[in-house]
Design a protein around this ligand. Structure first.
Ligand SMILES: CC(C)(COP(=O)(O)OP(=O)(O)OC[C@H]1O[C@@H](n2cnc3c(N)ncnc32)[C@H](O)[C@@H]1OP(=O)(O)O)[C@@H](O)C(=O)NCCC(=O)NCCS
Ligand SMILES: CC(=O)OP(=O)(O)O
Length: 322
């Protein structure tokens, strides 16, 4: 079944509330209205109601069925401040909390944490750091994990791949890279990809020597230990990972080379650049980044997103909540 058809079937009828901190952006307004009209989610918009209404009128979006919350006039604000300070365990004062929670990304993340909504979608306007930092501080990673990371589902026709980390960890250690690889394999399964994981490098199986290559080779060993059942190999160059004839020449013993479908980048420069090249030159649809490993779903859009991207990432966010 087509990926989004099955996601729609999964979320329909659950009345899942998804909060949108960027409710004056036309892409957000239009996608949320479509999702609400198709009875897939119940949107909650954040912001000054007058500003949201003006933006909605300009985008020809009907707000009559959509809840709007204003972080500057919220009757449970003091309770939220207390819950935030408690969660931060001495890292933020009440005064700091009062300021931070006026920020729609902090406010929206707290609504998720307090289970007043099922998930949050932001990042069409805010850069990634501002969008995800509240989630890293408040929602935190699942037990057993140390890092969250950002995966993209890359689709073109019948081709579907997962790329990670393209969004969060600037220069992960070997241990962190191993964790990203294993988590990415598990995320791939949620999207009907049977994972064959390649840890990417500019070297294949020792063809080049450098600290950067050693890190990827070490991460491969650590990941194999973390989940020995996974089909996972490294270090591999991208051509060795995806082209069978190149794999035969460069890594003939590998069971992953030549047929990888989950690509783990060695650090964020290559991951973020790599997914955008596949998207903008290669014609792949890039869905994400899907934040992996968080306790509750929060999603960060790319600022270059369109309405369809918002629609699809929101569906994924809602499905993660089930
Ligand atoms: C994500 C990012 C903003 C975090 O940076 P930061 O806020 O300076 O991080 P800090 O080290 O101050 O940590 C803040 C909190 O987040 C946590 N954290 C940071 N990175 C984390 C990660 N990858 N996974 C889980 N938690 C993380 C820290 O433990 C800390 O928690 P605490 O406050 O409870 O102690 C930063 O790594 C970043 O800018 N990444 C690149 C984002 C980007 O521009 N991507 C490209 C476009 S998608
Ligand atoms: C994922 C990503 O690159 O986000 P942005 O384009 O907003 O920086």
């Amino acid at each position: 079944m087509e990926l989004f058809t099955s996601l729609k079937q999964k979320v329909q009828g659950h009345g899942l509330k998804i909060v949108f901190p960027e409710a004056t952006d036309p892409r957000i307004l239009k996608a949320a209205q479509r999702l609400q009209q198709e009875e897939l989610i119940e949107p909650v918009f954040l912001g000054n109601p007058e500003a949201v209404q003006q933006a909605a009128a300009a985008a020809q979006v009907d707000l009559s069925q959509i809840q709007i919350l204003d972080p500057n006039h919220y009757d449970q604000f003091n309770d939220m401040v207390q819950a935030f300070v408690q969660r931060r365990k001495g890292k933020n004062t009440v005064e700091q909390a009062q300021t931070m929670l006026r920020d729609p990304n902090y406010f929206g993340t707290m609504l998720v944490y307090l289970k007043q909504v099922a998930g949050m979608v932001s990042g069409a306007v805010h850069p990634t750091g501002d969008t995800v930092r509240p989630a890293l501080q408040i929602i935190k990673v699942k037990p057993g994990l140390t890092r969250t990371s950002g995966a993209f589902i890359m689709q073109k026709g019948e081709q579907r791949y997962l790329f990670a980390d393209c969004a969060i960890n600037i220069n992960p250690s070997a241990q962190e890279l191993a964790e990203i690889a294993v988590t990415s394999a598990h995320t791939a399964q949620l999207f009907d990809i049977q994972p064959r994981v390649a840890l990417l490098s500019f070297s294949t199986k020792g063809s080049a020597k450098s600290d950067e290559v050693t890190k990827v080779a070490e991460a491969t060993q650590l990941a194999q230990t973390m989940d020995p059942k996974l089909m996972l190999d490294g270090e591999l160059q991208f051509d060795a990972a995806i082209v069978p004839t190149v794999a035969q020449q460069k890594a003939p013993q590998s069971t992953v080379a030549g047929q990888a479908n989950v690509f783990v980048f060695p650090e964020l420069q290559s991951g973020n650049i790599g997914y955008k090249i596949a998207q903008r030159l290669g014609g792949f649809e890039a869905i994400g980044p899907v934040l992996q490993g968080l306790n509750q779903p929060v999603s960060d859009l790319s600022r270059g997103c369109n309405t369809e991207d918002v629609y699809k990432l929101t569906l994924i966010t809602a499905a993660q909540a089930l």
